[in-house]
Write a protein that binds this ligand. Sequence first.
Ligand code: ZN
Length: 310
Amino acid sequence: MDFQTALEAGDIPAIRQVPKADLHNHFVGGGDRDYIFEKTGRRIAPLERKLASMADMHAWFDGATEGLFANRDGRLIAFEAALIQARRDGVTRLEIGDDVWAITLNDFSAEALVGALTAAHQRIAPEIEWIAQLGFSRHCPVFAIERWLQPFLDLGFGQSVDLSGDEFAQPIEAFTPVYKRVKAAGLRLKAHVGEWGTADDVWRAVELLELDEVQHGIAAASSPQVMRFLADNRIRLNVCPTSNVMLGRVDDLASHPIRVLYDAGVRVTVNTDDVLIFGQSLSEEFLNLHRAGVFDAAELDEIRLNGLTD
Ligand SMILES: [Zn+2]
C-alpha cells in the first residue's frame, strides 16, 4: 500500500512499511521501550501530562529513567534502542549521534565512542541510512566543546552537528567559532532554535552559524519575512509536532504552525524528538497530522519525501 492510501485508511502497519526519515531524534529519549526493558529491567512509561518547561521535561525523564543512561554503557543501550525503535517503525534514514561531551563519561574516548556506535549500527540496523550527528549542548562552555569536538573531526567522523538544550543558556553568537570549524570540515549544520525563542532568533541563528537546517524553528511562523528568508535559502525545518504540544509550545496539533510554514514555502519535515518521552512514533506523527486535518495525504507524502534527501 502506498503512503497516501495508508494515511487515508489510518493503517499504521502500512504507514510503517513506507520509507521515512527521522532527522530530529535525541537517541537517549528515542529508544524502544521493550528493548530497554529487556536490557535493564526498567519499563519506562510515556509521559501522561503536559510539561511546563525543559527543566520539567528533564526532571520527568531523570525520574523515569533513574540515571539509566547517565553512563557509558547506558548510553550505548539507549543508542541501540533508538536504532531498534526506528527499524520497527520503518524509518529508513535516521540522524542520531552523541553529544561530544559524552567522551568525558567513564574514561570514554572519541575513538571508542565512534567504534561502539558504528558497531551498533552494523549489528542492529545496517539497512538504515545512519546520518552520524555530533551534538553540542547550549549549556557547555564553547572552549570545552571545541576541545571535545576535535578528536571526532580528526577521525573524520560525523556528517552533521546540532546544538540543543536551553535556547537561552548562552547567546547564539558564542557558538560562531565552533560552527566555522565544523563548516570547514564539511559537516551539515543544524541547531535547535525557535522552539522557545522568537522568529528573529531563528533568522539570527541561521545567518550567524550558517545553518543548513533548523531543529524546530516553529517561531518563524509568526514572521512572513523570516519565512521568506528560510524559503529563499532552502533552510529545512525539522519539526516535532507532539513534542511542541506536550511542551506547551503550541495549543494542539490542529493549530500547529507547521501548516503556516508549509504554506509559506518553507521546507519542513516531521520528526519524533523523543519517542520514549512523548510516546508517538514517526508513523503516528504523520497519521496524527492527517487526522487533525493539518495536511492531506498528498501533502504529508511531500513532507515525508523532504526528509529523504538533503
Ligand atoms: Zn530536539
